[in-house]
Ligand binder design. Structure first.
Ligand SMILES: [Mg+2]
Length: 303
């Protein structure tokens, strides 16, 4: 039997800050009711899986730790494969520290194998100074993600990518990033769900991470407009999502969303309406004509 599942971004898709996006709970709870495989895929390394699940539960979403896949997990698993039992100097918070410990890493203050940078508010100039000297001495620079900033209730704050940029400029060393759009994180999540690329849809609000990663993996992609991307921004990108919807709430009870009924999801494109299409090639594939394309149209985890 054919199956389908989802990799779902959270910030800007499920919630904004601490506010639930209306209807997101209904959509996710429907996936749970239908036993559709999915992961919440986040580039935020601050929180542990349990922390994230608790936040979602408080918003009325019946998510559990097993539904959460963070860039901190992806980073820690990758390092454990590259150098089992290694050491790391960490600029980051609990989610990242927890994941590294769970994957056999020791956190050290001198001579680390890796300098690992994640999200957080703990950075001091002294930490940047230590990290710079460690990298110059040969420690490898690892980023959980390269997001330049993060939205907050009060506006943007510098993200992990901004901290990494400072260390790159200071040392002349380029970081290796594991978070979205890195195929390392996205492929790991997809494989853990037991899905092929054809069986996986990425839902996100950010073109540069969620949608780019999904396109590069060959998955279906759905952009939601409840986050940072506006419909008019799409023209600036060389790649497009397969669908654009105002909100994830629009996917509730949507015939094109995966259910246990394989026939309905074997080829999600077959049931697209013409006014959902933005890709000329898709129009050709299903034989639509004309001018309708302008209305744009988710173990063994130890951490
Ligand atoms: Mg987002």
């Amino acid at each position: 039997m054919s199956k389908h599942g989802y990799l779902i971004d959270m910030d800007g898709v499920i919630y904004r800050g601490s506010e639930l996006i209306p209807g997101a709970d209904r959509f996710v709870n429907q996936l749970l009711d239908r036993e559709t495989p999915f992961f919440f895929l986040t580039n935020n390394s601050q929180r542990t899986r349990r922390d994230v699940a608790t936040k979602l539960q408080r918003m009325g979403i019946r998510a559990e730790e097993k539904h959460i896949f963070t860039c901190a997990m992806a980073t820690a698993r990758f390092l454990a494969k590259q150098k089992p039992g290694g050491t790391a100097y960490v600029i980051g918070e609990g989610g990242l520290l927890n994941a590294l410990h769970a994957n056999g890493y020791s956190i050290v203050d001198s001579d680390p194998d890796y300098v690992v940078v994640g999200e957080g508010r703990t950075l001091t100039f002294e930490m940047a100074e230590h990290a710079t000297r460690m990298i110059v001495k040969g420690a490898r620079l690892i980023a959980t993600n390269m997001d330049p900033n993060c939205p907050t209730h009060h506006g943007l704050r510098p993200g992990c990518g901004a901290i990494v940029a400072m260390l790159e400029a200071a040392t002349g060393v380029k970081a290796f990033s594991l978070g979205k759009p890195s195929p390392i994180m996205m492929r790991a999540a997809r494989k853990e769900l037991g899905l092929s690329a054809d069986e996986c849809t990425v839902i996100g609000d950010t073109m540069e991470t969620d949608i780019l990663g999904g396109v590069q993996m060959g998955c279906q992609t759905i952009l939601v407009l409840t986050g940072g991307t506006k419909r008019e921004d799409l023209e600036h990108f060389a790649y497009r999502p397969d669908r654009v919807v105002d909100s994830i709430a629009d996917l509730y009870d949507d015939g094109r969303v995966a259910t246990k009924d394989a026939a309905r999801v074997k080829n999600p494109l077959k049931s697209l309406r013409t006014d959902d299409l933005i890709l000329g090639s898709v129009e050709l594939t299903i034989g639509c004509s004309g001018d309708h394309h302008t209305d744009a149209t988710l173990s063994s985890s130890p951490s």
